[in-house]
Design a protein around this ligand. Structure first.
Ligand code: UD1
Ligand code: MG
Length: 451
């Protein structure tokens, strides 16, 4: 980007006790992705960009998530939680490699953008020793206050150490900082723990960089971008901000959202051109929607690929591993899982299609169920192209329905059906002429006698 090398250190060793959850704080999801994954996605990438993540002891799951999001990330363990500067030093090995710019970010601020990281680095290229990301807090309680002398930052005062006058300052430290990489290590090494909490505060870097004769500047951003998540209420707030962003991005990209506020998106949802999404649709992680597809109201989709001009719902549930071909239809009260439904195939009503391949142009009648599970294992159903499955049939897997085959309604199909064959697996219908009339007459006569 600027031709400068950068090391980003993401601090994720928080305990997150105020979440009241057994899940580590940074693994909580916002828009279908962990807090940590959001931060890692925004961190600089590409040539000359290195990444280090600091995790707490016994936080293998956090390390795994970091590697999933950014396989090249180095993982460093902070054995004891002694403050933000101490946490940065846990990645000393990465720091020792040297870099032009050192970025520090927190794993619990998921709304930060790549553009803001770039904006924060810019003053370094112009010669500053340290750039601090600041924001105007609606309620500054708990944040470090930015103490300014004109437009120069003189200190960051933590809530616990601030005077009454300093507490009145609303310009706050977002926690994200960018250091000139050539001085970063010597600055960090000088940070002590002489404060009310006995912690190594990263914020003390301000005074040290200034004492070394370098400029310290503040780059401002919007509060919504730097909300730190410590509680479930803050998590919900972040979700709201993220959803608003994702909806706006979808609208900007040309998606028709009839009632945007009722549609829930994931950070990785992708849309083609001329897609229509009706009200009250939920997109879990991993959904792509092709050109001209329509997602009707009250549908729920996860890890699903929707082909061009496919129609989904209303009231459809597409579970992980669903793939709909061009113009395929999945209608109301249909559940699919690990199902490939090829072009033009229709599954219109009240059906479960699991572990199944449905060939192009096949028609699956109302109430069809693939019986894919015996309580221990899952089995596959293959339905050939152009096949017609009559309503209310049970397809007991493993089973294969041939191309162009017909299944009589109400069948229980337990054996493979050849191409172009008709299979019927149900009791044969019998009829008794006049039976109903005789029955009614006999009953009525018996009732009359009892009176
Ligand atoms: C910090 C800042 C404060 C700023 C606020 C913004 C310091 C001293 N204070 O305060 O100025 O306004 O963030 O949200 O930097 N962490 C570790 N190991 C540690 C301590 C922290 O990894 O030993 C990580 C946490 O997981 C978290 C981040 O560092 O992601 C910030 O720690 P936290 O305790 O939340 O700091 P704040 O008190 O919020
Ligand atoms: Mg915090």
């Amino acid at each position: 980007m600027t031709g400068r090398t950068t090391l980003t250190i993401v601090l994720a060793a928080g305990e997150g006790t105020r979440m009241r959850s057994s899940l580590p704080k940074v693994l909580h999801p916002v828009a279908g992705q962990s807090l940590l994954a959001h931060v890692l996605a925004a961190a600089p990438k590409g040539d000359g960009a290195a990444l280090a993540v600091v995790v707490g002891p016994d936080h293998q799951a956090v390390a795994d998530e970091a590697r999933l999001a950014r396989p090249e990330a180095g993982i460093h363990v902070q054995a004891e939680r002694l403050g933000t500067a101490h946490a940065v030093m846990a990645a000393r090995a990465a720091l020792a490699q040297g870099c032009d710019d050192l970025l520090i970010a927190f794993g619990d601020t998921p709304l930060i953008s790549a553009a803001t990281f770039a904006r924060l680095r810019a003053p370094l290229a112009a010669g500053a020793g340290l750039a601090v990301l600041g924001f105007r807090a609606a309620d500054p309680t708990g944040y470090g206050r930015l103490v300014m002398d004109g437009d120069r930052l003189t200190a960051i005062r933590e809530q616990a150490d601030a005077s009454a006058a300093e507490r009145a300052i609303t310009l706050c430290n977002a926690g994200v900082m960018a250091f000139d990489g050539r001085i970063a290590l010597q600055v960090l090494e000088r940070i002590g723990n002489a404060n009310s909490k006995g912690e190594y505060y990263l914020t003390d870097a301000v005074g040290i960089v200034r004492a070394l004769g370098h400029d310290v500047v503040v780059v401002e951003t919007d509060e919504d971008e730097v909300r730190g998540i410590n509680t479930k209420a803050q998590l919900a707030q972040a979700e709201q901000v993220m959803q608003a962003r994702l909806r706006q991005a979808a609208l900007d990209a040309g998606v028709t959202l009839i009632a945007p506020d009722t549609v829930f998106l994931s950070a990785d949802t992708t849309f083609g051109r001329d897609v229509v999404v009706e009200p009250n649709v939920v997109f879990g992680a991993g959904v792509s929607v092709g050109d001209g597809a329509v997602i009707h109201a009250f549908s729920y989709l996860e890890k699903a690929a929707i082909g061009a001009r496919a129609l989904v719902g209303p009231f459809a549930r597409l579970r992980p591993g669903t793939s709909l071909g061009e113009g395929a239809k999945v209608g109301n009260f249909v559940e699919t899982k690990a199902a490939t439904i090829e072009a033009g195939a229709k599954v219109n009503h009240l059906t479960y299609i699991g572990d199944t391949h449905v060939g192009a142009g096949a028609n699956i009648g109302a109430g069809t169920i693939t019986c894919n599970y015996d309580g221990f294992d899952k089995y596959k159903t293959i339905i050939g192209k152009g096949a017609f499955v009559g309503s209310n049939s049970s397809l007991v897997a493993p089973v294969r329905i041939g191309d162009g085959a017909y299944i009589g309604s109400g069948s229980v199909i337990t054996s493979d059906v050849a191409d172009d064959a008709l299979a019927i697996g149900r009791g044969r219908q019998t009829a008794r002429e006049g039976w109903a009339r005789h029955f009614r007459e006999a009953k009525a006569a018996a009732k009359a006698l009892r009176k």
